[in-house]
Design a protein. Structure first.
Length: 876
């Protein structure tokens, strides 16, 4: 019997247990939910303890172990499931009346709660980890995609040298868009950093224009394998990154940076030793503001540029057709060595098989480059990113600068003059303010890779920057004729009159144009630039008839001899440039231009006639340049020439360059305080009534603090030019800005040096002054037996030019050696009696002279000979 009962128990016991559990789930759902919530609460406490420890250690540069990360992930998943169970229970059984209804649903929820409780209990039991964190071990190196590069080996070597310098922490690679900065950085990463086994990690970040500290922190954190916590503040994240990176040797690559990045704010330790921050940017100022060692990436030299272009366009095709080769070379040259443009244009031409197609491409790239395949999307849009970064003032200055920029460099002052005329620089109180602002704008544009330096005083614009500007002013290619710019295009004839219609600005500077359309219809024309067309001698009648809106007219460096009377109808004209033209007279109608603000007549030695009333009619004139020009000013009530009162009546004048031919005019100018203060360039020609000129003096110095250039020429009466002395007691404060002194064809004059004066004189030219035997005579000449005295006459002089001084025998006398601490260039020509150079100049780079003269020099001091002999350079 017992055995039977045992058998029945073994059979029915599981069944009873099964049904008991089923009914227990169905009838005790609330208890299962409560038990689950208690268990999950205890698990959360464990979870919080573990996370707190992970966070604490992360600030010390540690990271959670994989076991802990998996445990936290499982806890997070279980929490989500518990949330769903409780939410469903509350939604379905919140009403007690439902206590025994919906038994199936109650069973299912109880079962899920029971299983979740078991899992929570299991996870809680696994929370006693052997170790919670471990050292952070990110992947050391990641290869970057690298495009083909040409001509970058030297730049790669330069960058490698900077990287190897332990004293360099931040390296800034800068250059214009499309020049290959990213390609250089990727090559450096793949070829140099891959071998740097001492590094713990290389972090490479491609920066976007809207990049900020948070995005930078996130990118670095992801590379290091750190978890991102939205609850942390910027400073807290910076602290974590700092502690992690401080224990590593790292290289941070920041590609295409637009703004300076504060490394400390991000959490990047100051890089020292083998740790580096290497950035690329289009803006040089970014490098400066991050204290970076700068490396400029320039455009390719011709051989490398031509090689890259042929690779993309097809070398076999180019080599097989001479005409195609000619056009291909022209296309490559117009890319200006910019790799991005060379690649884009080369690819666009790869499918072109005829010379006509290549010829058409040259025309398109010259006039409407955006119409060439790929140029708008791949080149112009990318260059425009730099333009968009400029403020409105810089954009305007750049646009107007592009009008004058052909292939040749331009003097900064010429560009600034044009921008003053266009109104891009306005409302200045003094010329210094205007030119100061202009030079500042030029500097910013250079730093932004929009302009390039070409010597100390000149700048140039890359042909693709010009193309980008042309595209922008034509509303990104929507209007082809808004600006007609063909500067330096080699034109023998002006474009047909039909092409002028609708244009707002026309620039035909630096061509070979000899004639103009007779009566172009240009009702919208604001600017017309014809400078540098030396063959242009006449302006046809009716030429200005349909230019009522014209504001800027530049006829400089042409051979125009007279202006037509109809120029007086250009009532909106604000800027007229006749610099270095052959004009002999000005029409009386010029006085009608009541809005004219700038009149440039310098370098017009043939100008002899200006009708009375013309100058005084220009009541808005702010800039009047007449250096090496008309000089017959009448200082008294009688005599020839224009009354000086016409100048004095120009109440708005702020900048004056002037030529004077007699002593009374000079005295009148010095007494007219406002005019004297406005004077910048002065030419005293003929010097009637002058036998002695003292610099400075009541006539030359007082109120002329802005004088930058003084030229004294063509006198057979002037005997002495006295430098220094006087009785005012503050000569050092007079003429403080004079940079250039030119003495020309003064047959009797000698220079007497009384005192150290002109601290800022940079250039001294003495030409064909046959009376000068000693360049500088001192008032207290050294006596016999005295040791030679070293005298620093002009402490900042950079260039000294001595030409045609037939009687010159010495510079400072037998007992004085002239010291020129800043002199870089000395020119000696046609000075046959000068046999000894009694001078020293530590900064000199060249002495331009004839071979015959240098061979005949006598050296009294072997030290001077040893220092100066290597500098002799034959005159061309």
């Amino acid at each position: 019997m017992e055995s039977v009962l045992s058998i029945l128990e073994s059979v029915f016991s599981p069944i009873i247990s099964f049904f008991t559990r089923i009914f227990g789930y169905a009838l005790s759902c609330e208890q299962y939910i409560e038990s689950l919530q208690k268990e999950i609460g205890e698990l959360r406490s464990k979870r919080d303890d573990v996370k707190r420890e992970v966070d604490r250690e992360a600030r010390q540069g540690m990271e959670a172990t994989n076991e802990v990360m998996l445990w936290l992930k499982n806890v997070e998943g279980l929490e989500a499931e518990v949330g769903r169970i409780v939410e469903e229970f509350d939604a379905r059984f919140a009403n007690p009346a439902d206590g025994t209804s919906k038994l199936v649903l109650r069973y299912q929820l109880s079962k899920r709660a029971d299983e979740a409780r078991d899992e929570a209990s299991s996870l809680k039991g696994k929370s006693n980890f052997y170790k919670v964190v471990d050292k952070l071990m990110p992947v050391r190196f990641e290869e970057r995609p690298a495009a083909l590069t040409v001509g970058m080996d030297s730049m790669l070597e330069h960058l490698g040298g900077a990287y190897a310098d332990d004293d360099v922490g931040v390296i800034g690679v800068h250059g214009m868009g499309g020049v290959g900065k990213t390609a250089l950085l990727n090559r450096f990463n793949n070829e140099v950093l891959v071998q740097a086994t001492h590094l713990n990690v290389v972090i490479s970040i491609r920066v976007t224009r809207d990049f900020d500290v948070e995005k930078t922190q996130r990118a670095i954190g992801e590379r290091l394998g750190l978890s991102w916590d939205e609850r942390k503040t910027e400073d807290e994240r910076a602290m974590v990154l700092y502690k992690v990176l401080s224990k590593m040797t790292f290289v941070l690559l920041l590609d295409d940076l637009w703004e300076p990045l504060d490394l400390a704010t991000v959490g990047i330790p100051t890089p020292t030793g083998h740790s580096k921050v290497i950035l690329t940017t289009r803006i040089e100022d970014v490098c400066d503001r991050m204290d970076a060692m700068k490396i400029k990436v320039g455009c390719l030299e011709w051989e490398d540029a031509w090689d890259l272009f042929k690779r993309k366009a097809g070398e076999r095709l180019i080599r097989g057709d001479l005409e195609i080769r000619h056009h291909a070379e022209e296309l490559a040259r117009r890319c200006g060595g910019l790799p991005l443009a060379l690649i884009t244009v080369g690819r666009a031409m790869a499918s072109k098989r005829t010379a006509k197609e290549w010829r058409h491409a040259v025309t398109t790239l010259s006039n409407t480059p955006w119409q060439l395949l790929g140029m708008e999307e791949n080149v112009l849009h990318r260059l425009k990113l730099s333009y968009d970064k400029l403020d409105d003032r810089l954009k305007t200055f750049l646009l107007y600068s592009s009008l004058h920029m052909g292939m040749n460099p331009m003097h900064k002052a010429t560009i600034i003059d044009l921008c003053i005329g266009e109104g891009a620089i306005d409302d200045f109180d003094s010329p210094e303010d205007a030119y100061g602002e202009g030079y500042d704008l030029v500097g910013v544009l250079k730093a932004a890779s929009m302009l390039e330096s070409s010597g100390e005083d000149h700048v140039k614009m890359h042909p693709l920057i010009r193309a980008m500007v042309s595209w922008i002013v034509c509303e990104c290619g929507k209007k082809d004729n808004r600006w007609l710019v063909q500067a330096g295009a080699g034109l023998a004839e002006a474009p047909d009159a039909e092409k002028w219609e609708g244009a707002e600005r026309i620039s035909l500077v630096s061509n070979e144009i000899s004639s103009l359309p007779e009566e172009p219809h240009c009702p919208a024309l604001l600017t017309l630039l014809l400078s540098g067309n030396r063959g242009l001698r006449t302006i046809p009648d009716g030429f200005f008839r349909s230019m009522a809106c014209l504001r800027v007219l530049d006829l400089s460096r042409t051979s125009i001899e007279e202006l037509p009377p109809e120029i007086g109808t250009l009532l909106q004209l604000q800027y007229l440039d006749l610099y270095e033209t052959s004009v002999t007279c000005l029409p009386k109608e010029l006085g009608n231009l009541v809005k004219l603000r700038s009149l440039l007549l310098s370098g017009t030695p043939h100008l002899r006639t200006i009708p009375n009333g013309v100058i005084e009619g220009l009541t808005e004139l702010r800039v009047l340049c007449m250096y090496a020009s008309y000089g017959t000013w009448r200082a008294s009530s009688s005599g020839a020439g224009i009354s000086f009162e016409e100048l004095e009546g120009l109440k708005r004048l702020r900048y004056l360059d002037i030529t004077l031919e007699n002593a009374t005019s000079l005295q009148r100018l010095s007494r007219a305080r406002r005019l004297a203060m406005s004077t910048r360039y002065m030419h005293i020609r003929g010097c009637l009534g002058l036998t002695t000129i003292q610099l400075p003096s009541p006539s030359l110095g007082r109120c002329m603090r802005g004088l930058r250039c003084l030229r004294i020429s063509h006198s057979s009466k002037l005997e002495e030019i006295i430098v220094g002395g006087g009785s005012t007691g503050n000569e050092w404060s007079l003429l403080p800005n004079m940079h250039v002194l030119m003495l020309q064809q003064l047959l009797k004059a000698r220079i007497i040096f009384k005192d150290r004066i002109f601290p800022n004189l940079r250039f001294l030219h003495v030409w064909y002054c046959s009376g000068i035997e000693q360049l500088i005579r001192f008032e207290d000449e050294a006596g016999e037996g005295q040791e030679p005295e070293v005298v620093a006459a002009f402490p900042h002089l950079k260039e000294l030019h001595l030409v045609g001084l037939s009687e010159l025998k010495s510079l400072g006398g037998e007992r004085r050696v002239l010291a020129f601490p800043c002199l870089r260039v000395l020119q000696v020509n046609e000075c046959p009696k000068l046999k000894e150079l009694g001078m020293v100049g530590e900064e000199m780079t060249a002495i331009f002279c004839s071979q015959e003269w240098s061979d005949g020099l006598e050296w009294g001091d072997d030290g001077i000979k040893q220092a100066l002999s290597p500098l002799f350079t034959p005159l061309q």
